[in-house]
Design a protein around this ligand. Structure first.
Ligand SMILES: NC(=O)c1ccc[n+]([C@@H]2O[C@H](COP(=O)([O-])OP(=O)(O)OC[C@H]3O[C@@H](n4cnc5c(N)ncnc54)[C@H](O)[C@@H]3O)[C@@H](O)[C@H]2O)c1
Length: 348
């Protein structure tokens, strides 16, 4: 099987925690080079993942002709410069979420990739979760009828850390919503196949002293009329959050617990009821009919790398085109605007 030759820019964070271990299991990937901001760390990672070359600057990595695709997992503030340079160097790009600091930066990245004729995908890897794929299939089948309501939740405990780029708006572009809420927005849109047209939200910093939101609670109205609630927090303990994804339709509901995560795990339950039975004045509440949904689980990061590789090798459609990530960013930015203006904000 042909293997895509990869270079990784910003290899010491999520790349080292999840994506590089996932890449090692991918059957169409070969790691050629890693880049980190200091040579000692770069060399350590090169050795750990058996790459050929280590760099302490991204320009050096991009000049390596053997590399066909780059995975960019640097802080958000670096995405624009590095992704545009990668496009100009003719490399296909898997760019971590959120796409960039601003919508305009995301659009500039996309234009550069199009101009250079390279593929560019976003790192919304939760789309590959076996349960999310299964739930998407159930909803497309009409199993729970017309979707009227949904919810996505992702939280963690993230106290002040000296020098943390995520806690500095000039390096992250935003807080809990930009960092975690975007996964939920993306999952709700991907799974329902609907796009957000309007949002309103409360975004605030109430627990910590940094200048980005540690609390984000937003509503999004989808183009099919359904409304979803997305809650993302930096101030709820990791172990206290169920990281739920919920879908309610005219014929039933699906509840995912613990699936909005970096680990392909969790549990999914569904209720499918005969709404045609007519109104029941007793309003008896029972979920006795709930059943466990089964799906084959694996490693989302391996699937992400393999899927992008397949798009390069076989021309298959991208699972997470950058256009989708830019749309999600529009939703997040509109929700921030809504907090300031105290009004509903339309999303293109
Ligand atoms: N998809 C996911 O599962 C997931 C999870 C976490 C983070 N992310 C995304 O990945 C990106 C990185 O987040 P993180 O949690 O790994 O951050 P991090 O701070 O843990 O790691 C970032 C790495 O980039 C390096 N770096 C710093 N400046 C750089 C530069 N100028 N050029 C290249 N590398 C540089 C740092 O040394 C560090 O090793 C962000 O876009 C974030 O939103 C995605």
């Amino acid at each position: 099987m042909r293997k895509i030759k990869w270079g990784v820019i910003g290899a010491g964070g999520i790349a080292d925690r999840r994506t590089l271990p996932g890449m090692m299991l991918a059957d169409n990937a070969e790691l050629v080079a890693v880049m980190e901001i200091n040579m000692e760390l770069a060399e350590k990672l090169r050795e750990k993942y058996n790459a050929k070359v280590a760099y302490d600057n991204y320009e050096g990595l991009l000049a390596n002709d053997e590399i066909e695709a780059v995975y960019i997992a640097s802080p958000v503030v670096c995405h624009k410069e590095q992704a545009i340079a990668a496009a100009k160097a003719g490399k296909h790009i898997l760019l971590e979420k959120p796409a960039a600091m601003t919508i305009e930066d995301g659009e500039d990245i996309l234009s550069a990739a199009k101009e250079a004729g390279v593929l560019i995908a976003s790192g919304f890897m939760m789309r590959y979760h076996g349960y999310h794929q299964k739930v998407k299939e159930m909803i497309a089948n009409g199993d729970i009828g017309d979707i009227v309501s949904a919810r996505g939740q992702l939280t963690c405990w993230y106290p002040e850390i000296e020098g943390a780029w995520r806690q500095d708006k000039s390096k992250s572009g935003g807080g809990a919503l930009m960092d975690m809420g975007v996964h939920c927005i993306d999952l709700i849109e991907y799974i329902t196949g609907a796009k957000t047209v309007e949002t309103c939200g409360f975004n605030s910093t109430r627990t910590f002293s940094y200048n980005v939101d540690d609390s984000s609670n937003i509503l999004i109205r989808l183009d099919n009329g359904a409304v979803a609630y997305v809650d993302s927090h930096f101030n709820i303990p990791d172990e206290a959050a169920f990281c739920r994804l919920e879908f309610y339709g005219t014929k039933g509901s699906i509840l995912c617990e613990g699936t909005v995560s970096q680990i392909e795990a969790g549990e999914v339950k569904a209720v499918i009821s005969g709404a045609d039975e007519g109104y029941n004045a007793a309003q008896n509440r029972t979920t006795d009919g709930a059943f466990k949904v089964e799906a084959e689980l694996g490693n989302m990061y391996t699937k992400e790398i393999e899927s992008f590789g397949n798009s390069i090798i076989n021309g298959t459609a991208l699972t997470v085109p950058l256009e989708d990530a830019i749309h999600v960013q529009k939703v997040a930015m509109a929700a921030y605007t809504s907090t300031e203006t105290k009004a509903f904000v339309s999303v293109e």
